[in-house]
Every structure is written in C-alpha cells, then in structure tokens.
Design a protein around this ligand. Structure first.
Ligand SMILES: [Zn+2]
Length: 100
C-alpha cells in the first residue's frame, strides 16, 4: 500500500491523467472483448442447437443399413437395441433380404 502511494506521489498530475486515460481505454477494451466473448458464446450455442437439429433431421433420413441409400422417416424397418434406442434402419426389401 505504502509503495503504491509513493509511486502516486512521484507521478506528476499530467502523467496521472494520461495513466488514467490509458487505464480507462484498457477497461473499455476489456469490456468490448467481454461483450465479444459473450456474443461468440451465444453464437456457439446457436450453432450447437443447429447441429443438434441437423443430427435429428439426419436421423429421420437415416440410411439403410444394407444398401446405404437414404430412407424416408416412415419408410423401412427400424431395429432397436435393448434400451429401445434406434440401432439401424433398413428398407423393407433389404431387411427381408438379410433374413432370406
Ligand atoms: Zn436398402
């Protein structure tokens, strides 16, 4: 504490004003950067939400587990695992072909 007071006394008023301005400019810049970070975070969340939607949409247009062609949402046979989660999907014909 004493040391900073000593420095304060040594700095002349003109330099003090300059120093104050520089600190204010730095704080302003810092605030700008914080806003930018917040903005980027928000954008990131938006992108994540978009990606989640995209993945869900992709799920609805999943590819056939046998032939690899895209299936419509209602089309085909859905194979579920023990937890009831969708494991794979097949065209009805492809699915039947698997068990021939
Ligand atoms: Zn198929």
């Amino acid at each position: 504490m004493l040391k900073s007071m000593e420095i304060g006394e040594q700095v002349n008023p003109c330099e003090q004003t300059e120093l104050k301005e520089r600190i204010e400019a730095t704080l302003y810049r810092l605030r700008e950067l914080r806003e930018r970070v917040a903005e980027l975070k928000h954008r990131c969340e938006e992108l994540r939400a978009m990606e989640t939607k995209r993945v869900e949409k992709f799920k609805n247009t999943a590819k056939c587990g046998k032939c690899g062609y895209v299936l419509d949402a209602e089309e085909g046979v859905v194979v579920k695992d023990a937890n009831g989660e969708e494991k794979s999907r097949y065209h009805r014909a492809c699915f039947e072909a698997l068990f021939k």
